[in-house]
Design a protein around this ligand. Structure first.
Ligand SMILES: [Zn+2]
Length: 440
């Protein structure tokens, strides 16, 4: 009976969501029009966050908590705190709607910061205007993730407008400082006591369910060489050539990794994950000096080695480092001139996933299956995100589900599809009801 009652309430919330199909777009536009670019070590999320706090204040929450991450007592001693940021004028916003008791509590989490838009003249539509065109909303953050934030706010609002009294608490978090891998915004929410029986992080997944994410370690590899006048190239030993040899090593180790991770349940689809766990992904290389005619005596490369949920981060790193040592030992120059593997100062990213039997996963899967034709796709998330923060430091099983395509995030002409945005409001509204339960 209770289940039937809940399904009806979920349907009512999904119907109420239909009536918000303009409002969700309007809210996303309002958020895009308040640029909240992150500029390490700072960011200008303040205006957008204050605007959202004001809007949430009109929507009948029991509490709207606006606080700087650094306001949380003892936060800088927290083992998860990543130092070096300036949080002046950059508050988190957390809105709480208390349940009547007896249900599961739920966190909806999104970040307000966006990556810088770059030169506006490169955009077809101005990055901070929020232009709607042919079924898409364009602008910086449309997909990552002001669209998702607007979806979360309107899904919660649909539940209220449907007159559904939730049994469990609903907690809506809009955080600062996510984009550069800092995660201190959500960490501060966890440390302030915001924990729940489940969380949905509304990053762009094209409304597919992502119950887990990859871990990684970023390496700075310093490759030695021997300088000499470039006209006597053969008398030197080019660090650039050595870097090419090492890149081939990365590719071989990646082959080993692909072999062992190809059947991972979350990363098995080769159309989406040509490589399940990256190794050969060098995004920066420097060798030699353009001002001198010399064979480069040093090359420096940056790349990341990834691990999948269920794997040990340290174990994969150890094996990789042993592989590099062995690979270098077979090179005539490198065998006597060690390659250095350094770790730049970045927060370590751990692979995490929720249990297959966890209600946050099963209830979302079942809710979506009821509202769409066919089974909803389930896969791993491509990147790191705050689901890790919530899992590691907030004891909250967290999955990722939101509108937009990550491939389109951080890009010129970033957009989100209006259909996806609206479908997300309906589905998430129904999920909130079924996860939190309905008060008797
Ligand atoms: Zn994001």
């Amino acid at each position: 009976m209770a289940v039937e009652h809940e399904r009806k309430a979920a349907l009512a919330a999904a119907q109420a969501a239909e009536a918000l199909s303009d409002e969700v777009v309007e809210l996303a536009v309002e958020l895009i029009r308040r640029p909240s670019e992150i500029r390490p070590p700072s960011g200008n999320e303040g205006e957008a966050q204050r605007f959202l706090a004001g809007r949430l204040g009109e929507l009948g929450y029991d509490k709207v908590d606006v606080f700087l991450p650094t306001d949380v007592p003892g936060i800088e001693q927290h083992p998860g705190w990543w130092p070096g940021q300036d949080f002046t004028g950059r508050p988190n916003v957390v809105a709480v709607r208390k349940g009547r008791g007896g249900g599961r509590s739920l966190i909806l989490n999104g970040h307000m910061d966006v990556v810088p838009a770059g030169k506006p003249e490169r955009w077809t539509y101005p990055p901070f205007e929020g232009v709607v065109k042919e079924g898409r909303l364009y602008g910086r953050g449309a997909c990552d993730m002001k669209g998702g934030l607007a979806m979360a706010v309107m899904a919660a609002e649909a539940v209220r407008r449907a007159g559904v009294q939730l049994a469990g608490d609903l907690i809506l978090e809009s955080v600062v400082s996510e984009e550069t891998g800092v995660y201190d915004g959500t960490l501060a929410c966890c440390a302030r006591g915001y924990r729940a029986d489940g969380a949905v992080v509304v990053e762009p997944t094209q409304l597919e369910i992502c119950p887990g994410l990859k871990g990684n370690h970023v390496y700075r590899m310093v490759v030695p060489g021997k300088a000499t006048h470039n006209c006597l190239w053969w008398a030197g030993a080019s660090a650039f050539d050595h870097a090419i040899y090492l890149k081939e090593g990365l590719r071989r180790f990646q082959e080993v990794r692909t072999e062992e991770t190809r059947s991972h349940p979350l990363y098995a689809d080769p159309r989406r994950f040509a490589v399940p766990a990256l190794v050969d992904d060098i995004w920066s290389i420097q060798a030699g000096d353009p001002n001198f005619f010399a064979v480069p005596d040093e090359a420096v490369m940056y790349f990341m080695v990834e691990m999948l949920p269920g794997e040990s981060r340290e174990g994969v790193m150890r094996r990789f480092e042993e592989f590099v040592a062995e690979w270098a030992s077979r090179h005539p120059f490198l065998k006597d001139h060690p390659v250095r593997l350094e770790s730049p100062p970045l927060r370590p990213i751990f692979p995490v996933a929720v249990e297959e039997s966890d209600p946050v996963f099963t209830v979302l899967r079942d809710t979506l299956a009821d509202l769409r034709p066919g089974q909803p796709p389930v896969r791993g998330f491509e990147s790191a995100c705050d689901a890790m923060t919530l899992m590691l430091w907030g004891d909250t099983p967290s999955l990722i589900y939101g509108p937009g395509n990550l491939a389109n995030a951080h890009e010129i002409d970033e957009f989100v599809s209006l259909d996806e945005l609206r479908q997300g409001v309906r589905e998430l509204a129904a999920f909130i009801v079924r996860f939190c339960g309905v008060a008797e």
